[in-house]
Structure formats: C-alpha cells, structure tokens
Design a protein around this ligand. Structure first.
Ligand code: FPP
Length: 286
C-alpha cells in the first residue's frame, strides 16, 4: 500500500514522513521539555531524553493529523506528501512511539511524569479538526502543550511539580498565546473563507494585535516580577528585555515579519532563560 503521494520506494516513503518533521514547531516543545528538566538541581539525561522523545512524538502526531485533515478531509491544502494510508501509518507509528516513551516514564521514572505527558498527545491529536476551528483551541493548544511539556520535563526528573516549574509554564503559555494570535493575523482572509475562527477572525486584525501584545506584555511583566521576588534567577531579566525589544520592533512590522520576529524572539527568550537557570551568570552582578 502506497504511503507517499510523490514517488514510490523506500526513499520516497522516508522523504514523505520526514516532511512532517517541522523544526519551527518541533524544536520549541522539545526544548521546553528539556528546559523543565534543567530547572531541577540534579539533571538526569535518560528520563529527560525519554520525555523529550514523547513530546516529539506528540507534535509529530499533530502534524500528520493536521496535514491529513487539511488535505484529505477539508481539501484546504493544494498538496500533501502522504496518502491516506500513509497518514494512518504515521499516526499509528507516532502514537506507538509516544505510548512507549510514556510507558517507560510511568514504569521506570515516575507516574506523575507520565500523567503530565499524556495531555500533550491529546492536544496534538485533537488539534485538527476539533481544536483548530475554535478561537481558544486554535490559539492555546500549542502554548498549553509547551506549558505541560515544561511540567512533564520537570516531573521526569523529580517525580513532582514545583512552583518554579508552574511559574515558567504559566509565563510561556501567556507569551506563546500572544505570539500565536499575531501569527493568525497573517491568514485572516483565508481563514474566513474556510470558516476557521481564529482570534484574528473573530476580533478583526487590529483588535487581535492589540490583545496579542497585551498578553505578551502581561507574560513578560509576570516573568520580571518573578525575577524581582527571587523565584526566577536574575538572568531572567535579560530574557525579558530581549523579547520586549523584539516585541517593540515586531509591533511596527507587517504581520508576516512580526510573526517571524516574535517566533525567533521566543527562541532567544527560552535560550536566555536556559542560560539563566543553568549558569545563573548574572547572579553575582545583580
Ligand atoms: C507538546 C505540544 C506542544 C503539543 C501541542 C501540539 C500541537 C497542537 C501542535 C500544532 C502543530 C501544528 C499542526 C501547527 C500548524 O497548525 P495551524 O492550524 O496553525 O496551521 P495550518 O493552518 O497549517 O493547519
């Protein structure tokens, strides 16, 4: 049974499945999982890697299902590399990998880590066609997945969640929600034609952009406040400053450029937070 729509043979099949690895969407959740793990004092590589694999498999599930729904069910996309059977095999494969990694977490690491990992697959599987047609689901599914990935990464090290992990998860959910609202302002006209109700479709682009930057600002202000009260390491202030500067530049830019800037800004935000947590380089000077 053919799995690739473009060519036959093992190479074509591998290419088709590899096309569903979207680094822009996949790196942040995997990095969030590892970030949760490095928030703990004793970092253990194996449970961190198992959790990261589960998160990768969840996001892969989301992409295969989204591609299947957008091309084969809704007829929205012009092309898709996988046949219907290919999508189904991909879903079964990714889900099996997810289940295996989650089972390892439950049996060999801690039950809480597994329990916190499960919602990521549920969000991923339901992204299309259920969540992506509703303004809250379309906007907050991915940020919520990142938040839970941070908590699961933390729990995979400690068997517990902490105020620190929850606070970081909360900040990321807010900041990424704002960025996703901006992202959806790039597709308002098209999304209206396919009845996809993003925040930008419901509120209109101008009010959506105002809401987006308000949500990002609240997220950054909370991050700053957590740094000032000593919950977050002092270097978090540098992370806030870097994303705030990017957000100021993005605010004046057209939607596509603004989205591109904010997504890259969020990578820098995470990277500076990792450095702040791991090395605490500014601790001695602040
Ligand atoms: C661990 C974790 C983060 C879990 C959540 C996984 C999740 C919901 C991923 C979404 C990835 C995806 C299909 C993005 C494109 O969606 P789109 O609907 O904006 O784009 P489209 O218009 O191309 O369908």
């Amino acid at each position: 049974m053919a799995v690739s729509r473009h060519g036959s043979g093992v190479r074509a099949d591998i290419r088709a499945y590899a096309s569903q690895v979207h680094p822009v969407f996949m790196l942040p959740p995997v990095a969030a999982s590892l970030f949760g793990a490095v928030l703990t004092t004793d970092f253990e590589l194996v449970p961190a890697a198992v959790h990261a694999v589960a998160i990768f498999a969840a996001v892969y599930t989301a992409h295969v299902k989204d591609g299947y729904v957008d091309y084969h069910v809704r007829g929205e996309d012009d092309d898709h590399p996988l046949t219907v059977a290919g999508c189904r095999f991909g879903l079964v494969g990714a889900t099996t990998l997810f289940a295996g990694a989650t089972l390892v977490l439950a049996v060999d690491v801690t039950l809480l880590a597994a329990v916190l990992t499960l919602p990521t697959w549920v969000i991923a599987y339901l992204h299309a066609p259920q969540l992506d047609v509703h303004p809250i689901g379309a906007t907050m599914g991915y940020p919520a997945g990142i938040g839970v990935a941070i908590l699961g990464g933390y729990a995979s090290q400690t068997g517990a969640v902490s105020t620190l992990a929850m606070a970081f998860a909360f900040v990321f959910v807010l900041v990424l929600t704002g960025i996703k609202i901006v992202d959806d302002t790039t597709d308002v006209a098209y999304d209206r034609t396919i009845r996809k109700r993003t925040v930008a479709v419901v509120l209109g682009p101008d009010r959506a952009v105002a809401l987006a930057y308000a949500v990002i600002s609240v997220g950054l202000a909370i991050c700053l406040a957590f740094a000032l009260v000593g919950l977050f390491p002092p270097g978090s202030v540098a992370a806030v400053l870097s994303l705030a500067l990017v957000a100021i530049a993005a605010h004046r830019a057209p939607p596509k450029l603004a989205t591109m800037l904010l997504i890259r800004g969020s990578y820098v935000f995470l990277a500076v937070l990792v450095a702040a947590v791991w090395f605490e380089p500014l601790a001695s000077v602040l």
